[in-house]
Every structure is written in C-alpha cells, then in structure tokens.
Design a protein around this ligand. Structure first.
Ligand SMILES: [Zn+2]
Length: 200
C-alpha cells in the first residue's frame, strides 16, 4: 500500500503522470493532485471520470453566436425565440451565465467572453472576443449591454470600448459584495444586482 506521506516522485511513472495532470487543474496543486489520483485508484472512479471527460470533449462545443457551451448547433438560449434579443448580458465564463439564468429574471441573451481581459495581454487576444461582440451588436440591433463580469479591468475596458456605440451600457448594481464572484452569489443577491443595474 502506498503511504500518503511519501512524495509522489516515488510513485510509478504512469501514476506520477496522472498526479501532474491533475495538479495543473485550476485550484489544485501537487498535493491535491496526489490525493485525487489516489482516490481514483482506490475507488474505481477512474474509468467513469475518463469517459465523462471524453464524452464532453466529443460532444460539447461553443455556441457560434454567444460562446456558451452547448451540445447543439446553437445553445439553448440563442435558439429560444422567446428570449429578448435587444438585451445582451456580457459574462466572462459560462458559469456566470448559469448563475444569472438561475435567478429566472433575465430574459435577454448573452455573450460569453471566454476569459477576462487583462492589461498585460496582447492586443490580438484581446481583440478576438471584442471583434465578435462588435459584430453581434451591429447585426442584432442590441439596445442594452449589461456587463456582468467579475474582473474590474474587464468591466472598465468593455465600458470604454462600448462607449462610442449607440447602445446603453449598464453594470450589475450594488448588493453584490465587493470582490464577490458572480457565480458564487446567491440568487436573491444576484437578482437584486440585476434589478439595480446602473448605466456606465
Ligand atoms: Zn448561444
């Protein structure tokens, strides 16, 4: 039996490889990688997990219209004719979209940046989602853009980017504690923030 206290370099190379892969995942490190690898080994969960990952890789794609994840041609929101196409909510990741959907209040559509905008990234990576956003705004005659992003720089940058355009730009209102992540906010708080949104 492998002792939990032994360092992973003593494991067989395949096992080390698994620990390294797990350790690279967000929020994990070598120690949690080791714990999870041992768990997978001891509990017979490895196959189920591997299959679930492969299935996702094969069947899930990004919606070409909004960037949300989907197993269809268009995501469930873009393909729903009852959604209001004049209001667009911009989020960084699909997890924020899901959080806002859970409030049941928002009837508009979304645009998923698939990342945050940072001051140090190159102009090219930054311009990729912005170009798509710009095309969408022009094509779909959107009247209001709600910025529902976690990162302050992303919000400021988008606010500035959208300013010259003939579109109302708002941000989620107070109620959301400073530094709180949208995807972890409870529904009542998020609902309040959505209702109290104010113009940028
Ligand atoms: Zn979509």
């Amino acid at each position: 039996l492998v002792s939990l206290t032994s360092w992973y370099k003593m494991y067989p190379p395949q096992f080390e490889e698994l620990i390294k892969e797990l350790a690279r995942l967000p929020g994990l490190g070598p120690r949690s990688g080791e714990r999870i690898a041992l768990f997978l080994l001891e509990n017979g969960e490895a196959e189920k997990l591997a299959q679930a990952i492969l299935k996702v890789k094969e069947s899930i794609r990004h919606c070409p219209s909004c960037g949300n994840i989907t197993d269809k041609e268009l995501c469930r929101i873009c393909s729903d004719p009852k959604r209001d196409s004049k209001i667009l909510c911009v989020v960084e990741e699909p997890c924020q979209l899901e959080a806002i959907e859970k409030t049941g209040e928002f009837r508009g559509r979304y645009f998923v940046l698939r990342g945050k905008i940072t001051p140090w990234e190159g102009k090219e990576t930054r311009s990729f989602p912005l170009k798509k956003l710009m095309e969408k705004l022009k094509k779909e005659k959107i009247e209001e853009v709600i910025l529902a992003v976690n990162e302050e720089f992303t919000a400021l940058y988008l606010g500035k980017f959208l300013k010259p355009l003939p579109v109302k730009v708002t941000r989620l209102g107070r109620g959301l504690p400073v530094g709180a992540r949208i995807e972890y906010a409870d529904q009542a708080t998020l609902l309040q923030a959505l209702k109290n949104r104010s113009e940028v």
